[in-house]
Design a protein around this ligand. Sequence first.
Ligand SMILES: *[C@@H]1O[C@H](CO)[C@@H](O)[C@H](O)[C@H]1NC(C)=O
Ligand SMILES: *[C@@H]1O[C@H](CO)[C@@H](O)[C@H](O)[C@H]1NC(C)=O
Ligand SMILES: [Zn+2]
Length: 504
Amino acid sequence: TSIGSIAAGFFFAFFVVMCCLTVCSGTPDPSQREVMIRQEVSRQTGGSVQLTGAEQRLDWHLNKLKKQEIAAEQFLPATHFFKARPLIQKSPIFSLLQKMPKGAALHIHSSSLVSVDWLVKNITYRPNCYICFTWGRSLRFLFSSRHPFPSWDCPYWRLLKTLRGNMPDPTDFDHSLMRNLTLFTEDPDTAYPSQDAVWEKFETAFLAISGLVTYAPVFRDFLYKGLEQLLHDNIMYLEVRTGLSRTYELDGSIHDKSWSLRTYQEVTRQFVAEHPDFLGVRLIISVHRALSVSEVKAAVKEAIQMQKDFPEIVAGFDLVGREDRGRPLWFFKDALSLPAELGIKLPYFFHAGETDLEGTEVDENILDALLFNTQRIGHGYALTHHPLAKELSKKGNVAVEVCPISNQVLKLVSDLRNHPAAVLMSEGHPMVVSSDDPSLFGTTGLSYDFYEMFVGIGGLRANLGTLKELAINSLRYSSLPPQLKERGLSMWQRTWDKFIAENS
Ligand SMILES: *[C@@H]1O[C@H](CO)[C@@H](O)[C@H](O)[C@H]1NC(C)=O
Ligand SMILES: *[C@@H]1O[C@H](CO)[C@@H](O)[C@H](O)[C@H]1NC(C)=O
Ligand SMILES: [Zn+2]
């Protein structure tokens, strides 16, 4: 249908609705009802995407599969992801989503880029790896050429190789290490009775991971592996939030942050050279919201410098950490105004509205993020409570980065049909799908989050057009400069066409 006939349909509908409200009685006109339903569907994400014949065939097939999953006894998006994961793996929709070219991952934190399986099976098997148990019974790792000194938190370091050698069952031991590095568990309801409990484990796991991945030789392999796992899930581009921790060597010497930036750049270039289907990586420099204003000020200045020195890979700046317990954006207003005062553009990509504390100071983060010209909104879980922010974000094309599994695991929502993004999706609000902390949630890539988005949040109405728009959005709302964006979109279109040809 042409724009003209859509417009004509709209006026027709408007006319009929008005007439009915005033003069009609009895049964409403069924064709009128059809028009209204179609109009509503056309507003949703992907609602105005025109599907080719082949795409329509795949869409029809997906719709049939989704009806079957909805009719099944257990509806997976209503189930905690940790319990649903093995069942999702068997879903034919999920296998299609794995093969589907999903575009870019725009909201992933660097420490959780690679599966725990690899962290344990590969990194902890390298020589010179020491382990300690802290007083709080969590783990720390350190690579060192000599026995590390005890510290307050780590009274006793042991060589991991020796410790593992003394274990009756090294495989069991490896599994226990994995459990320390992820939130994933088969019984999440018992393990995490509250938001506080799950966030505490979350932060502990990050501390344990950090000693492993900030060892300089590991850092390189870790990034490379992360890109491999993304590409394997048919993702072509990454914007990663990273604190750029300093990396260390066996002799205890420490590299500065430019070393990490250079390594990001080198590994990305190498990976792209070896995998022409991959477009690249850009970084969102992130610091913790527990810092003081002057510390954030220093971090903003540093980010400005990094952007100057590495314009190819530095995309912008963000504040991370649990919003509910951290300082609100407005608290940092002096630090965040710095670039504007200096006449410099430092793009922001703020986490905002990852909260259910409606009406609190933290809940204003969404409006404040928009005030500071954020390019996208991380999570935006609270956006539907903020009509003005919602309007501004829609008009300004400030996309929301929806991370369904993260929101479920961190206990903002249990049945994903009730996720507020369902409302945003039905209105065609700018959005992308991402996975936030994949290794912590027991995933890699984006397919699991796409599954929850497509089957749970989108319901039966979300169709292949929705998926197509979500994938295109991930490039459209990326920080890529216009030329690269165009290149990315045409690369994506080629792989998409191939995917459709092979699966319709
Ligand atoms: C660990 O990973 C590196 C780089 O990916 C690889 O070369 C090496 O063979 C792996 N080692 C083990 C023990 O799997
Ligand atoms: C962490 O690893 C240690 C050492 O194997 C183990 O005793 C402990 O149970 C693990 N923690 C979790 C939460 O599995
Ligand atoms: Zn995040």
